[in-house]
Design a protein around this ligand. Sequence first.
Ligand SMILES: C[S@@+](CC[C@H](N)C(=O)[O-])C[C@H]1O[C@@H](n2cnc3c(N)ncnc32)[C@H](O)[C@@H]1O
Length: 287
Amino acid sequence: MQRNVTGMQGSKICSHIYRRIRSIASQIIPAGTAEPYNFKRAQEYWLNVPRAQGGNPFNTHELMHLSDDSLVQEFDKEMEISRRKEERKVGFALAAESIADIEAPKVMDYGCGMGYYGFEIMARHHGAQVTFVDINEANVSAIKRIAEAKNLTSRVSYIYIRDEQARDLSFNIYFDLIVSMGVLHHTPYAHQIVRNLTPFLKDGGIFLVMLYNKTYLRQMESAVGRRLSVSSFGAMTDPVISGLTNPYSEPYDDAKAKRLFQGYKLISAEYPDPCYNTYRFRKLNRI
Ligand SMILES: C[S@@+](CC[C@H](N)C(=O)[O-])C[C@H]1O[C@@H](n2cnc3c(N)ncnc32)[C@H](O)[C@@H]1O
């Protein structure tokens, strides 16, 4: 018996075939050459820091025009949203658990953006002190104003990084915890950065990271019907703002994340979102 295919069924079949073709093409059509990573461009791009949900970023330079009250209001609103977002919820809980037994833990929020992690850590642990670190000066300035308005000045410090490999870092303290959430996949120097941060982490201290995974890359490749380079993946993972694109995104899987943390032991791996993985590594003694 012959079946009639209605217009609706026909268009569903067509779109299914189209998606299949794009998915196959995404495995065959090469990515092309990636644009060379340019740190200055990255610094410029990351003046736009994600809101709690990811998209529609804040321009931290423009935040300077807000009064302190409005800035804090904006920030608190985002903080509320971020507490409901699964991958942030997991990250906040892991950070809090990592320092729960330490009376006055020292924490670094590396690539802090708007500082959601650092502020949440201080809210959950009243003895915690946080050093916010970022490559964009306006991001650090916005955090400074928020901390001052919240009377947290005595518990925070700030570093603006000028070197793409974080070779300009120097501290006279050791950290119990370093958190770097959604950061190390945005640089080709992740290995060097981890190596340069490691001397400032206590032996037995914890490095908590959230990294894009390979499912995310495959999803994006399937959407465009070709392979993506680190620069074209970067242009897709974050919004285009006034013609500027995020210059770099690189996906990680468990094995690759472990290779990033030489001299560390993996103590937990969580998959709070299909596109992001969250890992905790403990620094082994004497490295
Ligand atoms: C996707 S945002 C994440 C911000 C924040 N961790 C959060 O979870 O909201 C990426 C952040 O990493 C920072 N960043 C990018 N490359 C960096 C690098 N090489 N070293 C330190 N921070 C970097 C950017 O300035 C930006 O604030």
